[in-house]
Structures are given as C-alpha cells and as structure tokens.
Design a protein around this ligand. Sequence first.
Ligand SMILES: [Zn+2]
Length: 324
Amino acid sequence: MNHEPATHMSRTFAVGQLPSGGSIDVVEHTYRGADGPTVSVIAGQHGIELNGPAVARRLGDRLSTMSIAGTVRVLPVANPPAMDHRSYMGPAAYDVVNPNLNRVWPGDLDGTLTERIAARLWERLTDSDAIVDLHSGTPEMLPHVRYCDDGTNADRLATAFGVTHLLVDEPPKSDSTRTTLRNAASQAEIPALTVELANSREVATAAVAAGLDGVTNVLKTIGVIEGEPAEAPAQWVLRDDIPAVCLSNAGLFEPASDVDVGDRVDRGSVLGTVHNPETFELVETVTADQSGIVYSLSRGGANAAGERVVSLASPVSLPDTEQD
Ligand SMILES: [Zn+2]
C-alpha cells in the first residue's frame, strides 16, 4: 500500500440539544493519507473512562507526523454530557429510559437523547473498515479486548492489539436492536473491538501507553501504518458464558485474599465471604459454581442480595505456558 504524509482536519457536529437550546457537539478528527481503508477510533462513551480520550490525543499527535494509507477518524469524546457530569452514563435527568450510550446502538434519530446521540455518531461510522471503541474498566476488572466471532477479521485485530486477555462473543442475533457499538458494527459486518483498558476514573500512564500501542498495532495490521505490529504476548482467549456469581444474602462482601483477577479457579473454590457487619455473623461463603478464569472481582462492598460480585469466563484457548 502507498503511504503519504497524513493531513489533519477537525470538525464539530451536533449530536443533540440541551433543554436551554444549546447544542451537544462532538469533535471529529480525521487523519488522511494515500488511498486506503478507513478506521474509526472512538472514546468517551462513558464519562469516567478517561484513558480512551488520553489515548486519542496521543494517537492524533502520532498520526500527524506519519505517512499513512487511508483515513483514521478519531472521536475522542463520544458522549460529552457524561464527561461533563463526571458520570459513567449521561445525566438521567435528560434520559432516564436509555442513560447508557453503549446499549442503544445504532441509535434512533427520533428516540431519546442518548438514542439520538448514538444515531448521529453512527452516521459517521458506517463507512468504517474497522472500529476500535476505547473504554476503561474498574480496578476490579481484568484489562481485555472483546470482539465477536462473526467472520470478519475482528479476531485478528483483537489478537494484534496485544493485550494478554481476549473475550470472544457469539455474533449478535440478527434481530437484536439497541445494543453495544461492537454488536451493531458486527451486524453491519464491520470488525469492531471493545477495548477495556485499566483504571477508570483516572488517567493511568501504563493503561494509556497500552492503548496507544494497541491501536497502533491494529492500524499496522490493517495497513494504515507501515510496518509489522509488535509480536502479541501469550494470550488467553475467554468466553463470557458462565453465569455471574451473585450473592444469596445481603451484607459486607470481602473477596478471598488468595483470589485475584486473571486467576483460574476450580468449581467450589472460595471466592469471598459475606458478613453481617453489625452482628459479625458469617452469612455466606461465596464459591464458584463452575471452574473458570476470574475476569472481574469486587474489591468488597456493602451489597444487597442478588448483586454480582465475581464474573468468570471459560477459556477457549490458553497461552502455551498454561496448557495442561
Ligand atoms: Zn465503558
């Protein structure tokens, strides 16, 4: 592929309107070189997940000085109302029905505010040859890249991104509407990655570096950036097909001291305890119903009965070092 120095353009477009009449605007950066594929990098669907926007700025700086083939579209803050309110989702006062932007794709131009935002963004994204959607998990979640096993090259892009844990999903059902960006893209036959970097609520240097390296690896794999992607580390491929571990009783949950995210646990393993914080009574010993890999683990909390405290995934393939 021919590569030419990238030219940078930015434009602002309206995705919604505030009650006072002001416009909710999203900024789109494009970096265009020689002819080639179009890759969209989107961040900030959730307002407390700040590593994605931090990656987006560094990616823009990097692309501005490079020769590329194709176009990289960067939407650093996809959901301005959520960031402005320093909240995970948009303000419920504006949209109590659909506060979570990443549950309403591909949106609805006649729908609620969040659905309208998604629909306006989706109009920009439909020409993409690949979509990378940057998120940040809580400290209790294992950083990972999630993709659909949908016959696109999403699996190859997920591997190339270069994190140690991948989570693969079945393709979305053809009649499913109002879903994640990843699933909506999959239905449109666009390979898409949901990237869960570490440490929401802060800008974490290591997570930002991992995100920038990962997007660069994806762009090299597609041919937008010249050169070979970095060799991927030994990877776990996991499937999110084990029912979440939820509490049978309310109380103060504490995780077991010898369990951490990334660990492989056997059926019956003790994952934590629930005490009545007032009487000191042990009300529940939380165990794994199935063996699996811990990809999310509550750090402890005052929980109601029925709340999820641990997520397990089953291994589809393991690094060579972990083969039995
Ligand atoms: Zn998110």
